[in-house]
Design a protein around this ligand. Sequence first.
Ligand SMILES: C[S@@+](CC[C@H](N)C(=O)[O-])C[C@H]1O[C@@H](n2cnc3c(N)ncnc32)[C@H](O)[C@@H]1O
Length: 707
Amino acid sequence: MVDEGAPAAVTAIGDRRHKAPAVGGDRIDGDLVAKEGDLAAVAEGADSLPKDCKIPEVLENNGATGEPLGAKPSDLPGLKCNGAAEEGNSVGKGCTLQGFMTGQCTALGLRKGHKAVVPWRFQIGYNPKWAQDLFSGNKSRQTEEPAFTVGDGPSQRAPVMANNRPPLKGSASSGQHSLKVQKGTGSAPKKRKVDQDNHRISTVRQNVLSKLREFRIVYKKLLEDDEVKGTGRGHGVRPDIAAFNIFRERFCADRDDMRYDGSIPGVRIGDVFNSVMELHIVGIHRAQSLLVDHIKKKDGTRLAVSVVSHAQPSAVDNLNFLLHFGSTVATCEQKLGGTDRALEESMETDTPVRVIHALVTELGDEDRCKQLTSYVYGGLYLVEKFQREKTTGGQYVTTFHLRRMAEQQQIDWQVLKTKRPESIDGTFTVDISGGLDKIPISAINSISNEYLMTFRYISQIEYPQEYRPDPPSGCDCVGGCSVSQKCACTVKNGGELPYNDIGGNIEERPLIYECGPSCKCPPTCRNRVSQHGVKFRLQVFKTNSMGWGVRTLDFIPNGSFVCEYIGEILKDEEAQKRNDEYLFGIGNNYYDVPRWKVWTKIIPSLQNGPSEDDDKIVFSVDALNQGNFTRFINHSCTPNLYPQNVLHDDDNISMPRIMFFASEDIPPLKELSYDYNYEIDKVYDFDGNIKMKPCFCGSIECTGRLY
Ligand SMILES: C[S@@+](CC[C@H](N)C(=O)[O-])C[C@H]1O[C@@H](n2cnc3c(N)ncnc32)[C@H](O)[C@@H]1O
């Protein structure tokens, strides 16, 4: 299409859609040309409006998608690495979600034929042996453990804190975490700083790459099986836009606080992108429908931060200079507006502008020619000047002259022309809960083509067959519960309501009684926090070393309810027989944690102490064959979740529900974890041999072993 308003003297060297016809001026011949206007097809609902410019802190380290620093098999001499949980698990690729729901698919995750017995006693209330010693007066651990010493090599680890909760991170001088630099290692801090910087740079880069990969997997998935229509979200929306929408919704891509000028951490000159959506996702150009992206400064003025240039390699001899055509106006004196004004502001403030080259490749023959556009990040440019040119139509177009900043990596057109989109391995499932959870739980594997192992997804706990929950008597607090001796539930909780006004668990305790079905209080009662289900966007993802894991896409404030460990409740006997990796022992730890002593004195149901009854039935929750996404939450030595015993629809303290709460503020994209609390050297195989499994949690306080 010919643009009537473009300057007549410029040769047509841009993208076809933005072809500039000849105009009457001779100073600008032969230069790279970009033209303000439509950028590819306009994304539906695309937001081209500038957002406030903020330099994000989060970008540096929000990406918990990067693997933790954790133990590698080689760090643990003598331990045979069999860490990945998925080992031996078949891929449920051919299995539809329907199969998950109906249980028709075989439970391929079962470790049939495996001789080794895996431990199953996850226990609530982190209480490792050394901590018991500490509380019982035996402080040997504290004195024996050397302080964490810089440069001691991987086998030397920081001592685990004598507390259930991880200590404040970064408080290097506090208590046992004091950092000591050894004599004769005067250069250590400098080297450490360099190492830290390198680590940070590579983490940021990895985050960008994994974000991009994940987007491509979602896009590929949508193209492959037309899930767009299947889920009803398609209806004519282009797959790349549909993928972008899903990504925005499920992968917290909508971080407009990350719009800023200059180079984008983790994006390198020469990086190739397949669509404008990808430019948006990595943050180098967020105005999907415009060639110029801009931000709004606090004073209301706009600053251009990136330009997409459609000049083609065939017409380019020098990448150091670029012409951008702005809008067309009626008179030469007319003031600059919109993105033209933003470019002018960038010129006046010497603000670097990112340039992205759009490369068009023609595929196929003359009859069935298809154009493929890819985008290459070309580096930072400065706007040198702009001028008005008269067009053949008698109007005026503004041309901006951009010059590439010095000392940047050069890019080679010839090489770029040959680049093709990488082929992507990976799998994506839109919602593994199949609608059973209120918020969809997606699953992504950006490492291999393996799908999640199959299991039957359930969102409610399955009681043993003959067992009927014993609904507790309720309170009479019609208007909602409060701290009052009149509220029966407050009394059951020892005279306190466990949750604060904003629904946070005030403190981890042996047991919480929430209001239940017989209570007269409304569903909004503040003592019903964990029964309303998941409220944060969570996602199952494939980790590098721990099999599948779960991460949050939202910020989770400390104390918030996150999710429930759902599965079948089994009697001890059956659990022993199954002995799988998804068993969670319940109802027998109320008296195990010394600091809970105060609670066992005031919570009426715990006042009689542990049951002496030898025949007492012990239960476990097993999520191997049926369960929810919490079965994928991995162990960490510095966890961000803790399991809390809760009762609400049943009064049986042998069968509490296991509710996970946040033990710290958890940023988006961070993997969720809790402490499995295995006793080291207390896990045996069928032959009575001690079993060992290395821990890959990556925490600096990692003990090195899961069990
Ligand atoms: C309940 S499953 C967790 C989900 C599991 N990652 C999966 O893919 O199904 C427990 C298993 O995950 C693996 N795992 C969990 N946390 C780990 C850790 N910190 N280090 C090594 N492996 C871990 C172990 O194989 C463990 O037996």
